[in-house]
Design a protein around this ligand. Structure first.
Ligand code: 4NP
Length: 157
């Protein structure tokens, strides 16, 4: 049997979008009975060691998930060897990942919504500077992305 697929979700701060993507993906994998390794990180370092934003914790809780135990971390070079898929939430973070990724690394880079039919090229908008309603949009987007990505991984290469 091959090793479980390993997926890392990456946004800017690792306190809003990528922890929600991590949680949504973990739940979809559990529902599908698929063993996966899943984590999230930020390209920035401002929130290293911090729990997710309270608005992200609240929207996850409203959808039945507790993400309060997650802690922010910054993406590291080792991640490109440890993960099969490093999935950016928006274009700026995808560009940063392309710059960081060592030549020949294991990790395939993608934009989360590229996996969703009809939404290729769309970012998951940063909800950090907006109101709580933005986090419902984020939740809907990361859930669509998680489902589509899981389907792709479950189907295999
Ligand atoms: P995230 O949101 O990238 O979805 O975690 C942000 C969180 C913090 C900041 C920006 C975006 N910040 O500038 O501190």
């Amino acid at each position: 049997m091959s090793a479980p697929a390993a997926i890392l979700f990456v946004c800017l701060g690792n306190i809003c979008r990528s922890p929600l993507a991590e949680a949504a993906f973990r739940r979809e994998a559990e529902r599908a009975g698929l063993a996966v390794t899943v984590d999230s990180a930020g390209t920035g370092d401002w929130h290293v060691g911090e729990p997710p934003d309270p608005r992200a914790i609240a929207v996850a809780r409203a959808h039945g998930l507790d993400i309060s135990g997650l802690r922010g971390r910054q993406v590291a070079l080792e991640d490109f060897a440890a993960f099969d898929h490093v999935v950016a939430l928006d274009h700026a973070n995808l560009s940063r990942l392309r710059t960081l990724r060592p030549e020949g690394a294991r990790a395939a880079l993608s934009l989360l919504l590229d996996h969703v039919p009809g939404r290729a090229g769309q970012p998951v908008a940063d909800p950090y500077y907006g109101g709580p309603e933005g986090f419902e949009t984020t939740w809907a987007d990361v859930t669509s992305g998680a489902r589509a990505l899981l389907r792709r991984i479950a189907e295999g290469p």
